[in-house]
Design a protein around this ligand. Structure first.
Ligand code: NAP
Length: 246
């Protein structure tokens, strides 16, 4: 389905990004993996993907730094010629109630989750415009829609990602580029590992499908949006949350 396409996935060393990279590779795409610091795990993902018979490139880089994003995109372009799919997945949390949230915790989360996605969009858009095709998928979150106590910084960043997704979809639709967001609910990864078991059990009760999500649940939807099956879908926010928010 994606044979010969080139896909960049930011934050692909673990969690949802790793699952997305593996899923796109299983469909035949060549994969450019990005990570920030966790080299060992990133190289393990790279090896796993190599074993699937597609080509890969692993690029270390902090998406909050525009020069490191430029290096990521240029390295991918140099190796693969075209970049067909860009998945802006990397993200962080620094949760606290606002009365205890430090200014730097707000800034860090905005720098990575919002400015980082902006850096990636700014670098990839001219390339896709020249190609006259491209699929961009941004990772938002249901809390970007609902808000969440203790996540003023994170929910603002994820609401911002929705705004950027819709604005860019309007800007580049005429160039054959689609831009969509995926808004996961509670997905079992390192990011949600720290939550207390009691809290997770309470969460499950509020989810119609009665379970937390798996990284592969999100990856399957990203794969659809990256495929030709979604050619007439743009500017959308697809929730992958077991029906939690409806
Ligand atoms: P995770 O397990 O914590 O993994 C985060 C990934 O992002 C890692 O690969 C990490 O690289 C990378 N990363 C972090 N900061 C980066 C930076 N500045 N530059 C480049 N890469 C960076 O997170 P996850 O749960 O898979 O979440 C993935 C995305 O889904 C995030 O955008 C998150 O906000 C969103 N999301 C998650 C959930 C959930 O329930 N898990 C729900 C809604 C939305 P290193 O390994 O090198 O640190």
């Amino acid at each position: 389905m994606l044979k010969g396409k080139c896909a960049i996935v930011t934050g692909a060393s673990r969690g949802i990004g790793k699952a997305i990279a593996l899923k796109l590779a299983s469909l035949g795409a060549n994969i450019v993996l990005n990570y920030r610091s966790n080299e060992k795990e990133a190289l393990e993902v790279e090896n796993e993907i190599k074993g699937m018979g597609v080509e890969t490139l692993c690029v270390k880089g902090d998406i909050s730094k525009s020069e490191e994003v430029d290096n990521l995109i240029n390295s991918a372009k140099e190796k693969f010629g075209t970049i067909d799919i860009m998945v802006n997945n990397a993200g962080i949390t620094k949760d606290a109630l606002i009365i205890r949230m430090k200014e730097e915790d707000f800034d860090n989360v905005i720098d990575v989750n919002l400015k980082g996605v902006f850096n990636c969009l700014k670098a990839i858009t001219p390339i896709m415009m020249k190609q006259k095709h491209g699929k961009i998928i941004n990772l938002s979150s249901v809390v970007g829609i609902t808000g969440n106590a203790g996540q003023v910084n994170y929910s603002a960043s994820k609401a911002g990602v929705i705004g950027m997704t819709k604005s860019l979809a309007r800007e580049v639709g005429s160039r054959g580029i689609t831009v969509n967001a995926v808004a996961p609910g509670y997905i079992e990864t390192d990011m949600t590992e720290a939550l207390a078991d009691k809290y997770k059990e309470e969460m499950k009760k509020t989810i119609p499908l009665k379970r937390l999500g798996k990284a592969s649940d999100v990856a399957n939807v990203v794969a659809f949006l990256a495929s030709e099956s979604a050619d007439y879908v743009t500017g959308q926010v697809i929730q992958v949350d077991g029906g939690m928010l409806m």
